[in-house]
Design a protein around this ligand. Structure first.
Ligand code: NCD
Ligand code: ZN
Length: 346
């Protein structure tokens, strides 16, 4: 049995840092685990300008603990009215690494999102021309569509057409939760990437109701049936270049989770690499962990893989369930019910 594994330093291609007091608490967890992270722009108001992204990047950098080498990679929030010139300038000036598309109303802070892909044709043409990736929250928002079907419908109703109209546009299917998404990505060329969270590799939809309702396992896209979790595990641990690590760590204060209308989002930044390692270990695929965590993501984005390494050790560890912030506690930190059995070597 392998008891330690050393890989190149990993990156997280999907994080929510928030702002203010929450950002101060959230950033150090990600910075301790990852060398770079794609930072989602769903603040209130959303990050839609180069100036706003630069200022947000400065606030994140200020929250990185001393002595830690961490680089936030910024994204712009796509709206119906955003100007292609602003995105092009942000890319040119090294501020925007990608652009995030939230269908309006799909998830937390997505009210300013895109109402119809037709609204953003000129912007997508520009992004395709300059090689700026489009990151998708892949769910339809029609309230008539069952919540468990929204991802599959998005592929049929939006993504297939989008890929046909913009075949050279780099597209990331973020936080895939279905076999449908995995199969679709596998049918596509290297312009298509896909992130997979740690929690969707661990929980299925039944876990959300295990012994009672578990608000801390509620996120969007919501976890699906076991067959989908198995497809995600197979994809992540396959080594296939199109699949890479993106935690979608999304902290909310406890009063917003444990509420009669609780927010979507799972906070996994403190435990993410340990959980991924555990999943790859269970699959007998520790030899594929580096590809998923450290190689495939930079490859897709056209960046160099990180120098330096991180070592994980098989070890039973207790992880605090709560994190204090000036905005209230974050409960819970994500972990498998059975506990964690890998830790990051200091
Ligand atoms: C995210 C958040 O809280 O910002 N929530 C979530 O459940 N993943 C938004 C998102 O990525 O959908
Ligand atoms: Zn997200």
């Amino acid at each position: 049995m392998t008891d330690t594994i050393t890989i190149r330093r990993p990156d997280d291609w999907h994080v929510h840092f928030r702002d203010g007091a929450m950002l101060q608490s959230a950033v150090p967890f990600t910075a301790r685990q990852f060398r770079r992270a794609i930072v989602m722009p769903n603040l209130v108001p959303p990050v839609t300008t180069v100036d706003a992204a630069r200022a947000y990047r400065d606030r994140i950098n200020m929250a990185v603990p001393d002595g830690i080498d961490f680089q936030p990679l910024m994204t712009a929030y796509l709206t119906d009215t955003i100007d292609a010139g602003e995105l092009a300038r942000g890319a040119e000036e090294g501020v925007f690494t990608a652009v995030k598309l939230y269908p309006a109303g799909a998830t937390t802070n997505s009210d300013s999102g895109v109402t119809d892909l037709k609204q953003v044709t000129a912007v997508l043409e520009c992004m395709q021309a300059i090689g700026l990736p489009l990151l998708l929250h892949g769910e339809v928002t029609d309230p008539e569509v069952d919540i468990f079907d929204r991802e599959a419908r998005f592929i049929e109703q939006k993504l297939i057409g989008l890929r046909a109209d913009f075949p050279e546009l780099k597209v990331v299917f973020e936080h895939a939760t279905t076999k449908d998404a995995v199969d679709y990505v596998l049918s596509q060329d290297s312009h298509m990437g896909c992130t997979i969270t740690a929690h969707h590799l661990v929980i299925n939809r039944t876990d959300i109701f295990k012994g009672g309702i578990r608000p801390h396992l509620y996120c969007l896209p919501i976890a699906k049936r076991e067959v989908h979790r198995q497809a995600l595990r197979a994809a992540a641990t396959s080594g296939d270049k199109r699949f890479f690590l993106g935690t979608d760590t999304a902290p909310h204060p406890v009063h917003e989770k444990e509420s009669d209308c609780g927010c979507a989002g799972i906070f996994s930044a403190p435990t993410a690499m340990q959980v991924y390692t555990q999943v790859f270990d269970e699959a007998g695929a520790l030899d594929k962990l580096e590809a998923f965590a450290s190689i495939n993501g930079p490859g897709f984005y056209g960046l160099a893989a990180n120098e330096g390494t991180v070592t994980l050790v098989r070890d039973v560890v207790e992880v605090p369930e709560r994190v204090e912030t000036a905005e209230g506690e974050i409960v819970m930190v994500f972990r498998p019910d059975a506990g964690l059995n890998w830790r990051i070597m200091a």
